[in-house]
Design a protein around this ligand. Structure first.
Ligand code: GAR
Length: 209
């Protein structure tokens, strides 16, 4: 089976959904590691309870982002991790991890990218008055929420929606979509090599103009 590592910073409800899918046999993978930049985050408790190894670190104890990412990378390689799953990991990655796992690192984002990248995507969607928003799963490249899109799910914004009410409807969509996309990768219904190839030819084409 695929060996995955999940990166998260906060509550970890997406981590939980993935761990539950593994346990229920809906996702043919093993979670080798949880990586967390906040040792006291709730997701650490969830992983411990599920018997999943945890690697936590404190960014400000390192000289640079590259330095802590080198340590994470060593950990991922030790554990032979095939696929990195960002699930509410609230740090910008550097080239250290992005290049090592290009085409093998996914992120989930609570908007229909390329709309509303970055922090507070749900708040941004409300502020812009869009009538439809959603969830995106994409490959991670060097930019902010900007890699090739693998899957999206839309949802209508209703009159009177607040950030909280909208998040309450977005979360269950994420919890269904993310394990399903990972399972599609495991089974080959989503072919990451092809996605990477297609993306390279798009950017090549742009450079030639
Ligand atoms: C999720 O809604 C995820 O889409 C979002 O953080 C939340 C984490 O929730 N990620 C981003 O905004 C990334 N830019 P969780 O900790 O309960 O899984």
């Amino acid at each position: 089976p695929f060996r995955i590592a999940v990166f998260a910073s906060g509550s970890g409800s997406n981590f939980q959904a993935i761990a539950d899918a593994v346990k229920a046999g809906r996702l043919d993978a093993t979670i080798e590691l949880l990586v967390c930049d906040r040792p006291k985050a709730k997701v650490v408790e969830r992983a411990t309870k599920a018997g999943i190894p945890v690697y936590t670190f404190t960014p400000k104890e390192y000289a640079s982002r590259q330095a802590y990412e080198q340590d994470i990378l060593a950990e991922l390689r030790d554990r032979k991790v095939d696929l990195v799953i960002l699930a509410g990991y609230m740090r910008i990655l550097t080239e250290v991890l992005v290049e090592a796992y290009w085409g093998r690192m996914l992120n989930i984002h609570p908007s229909l990218l390329p709309s509303f990248p970055g922090l507070h995507a749900v708040r941004q969607a409300l502020a812009h008055g869009v009538k439809v928003t959603g969830v995106t799963v994409h490959l991670v490249d060097g930019g902010l929420d900007s890699g090739p899109i693998l899957a999206q799910c839309a949802l209508a914004i209703e009159d009177g929606d607040t950030e909280e009410s909208l998040e309450r409807r977005i979360h269950p969509i994420e919890h269904a979509l993310y394990p399903q996309v990972i399972q599609d990768i495991v089974q080959g219904a989503i072919d990451l090599d092809r996605v990477v190839q297609a993306n390279n030819s798009i950017t090549d084409g742009m450079n030639n103009q």
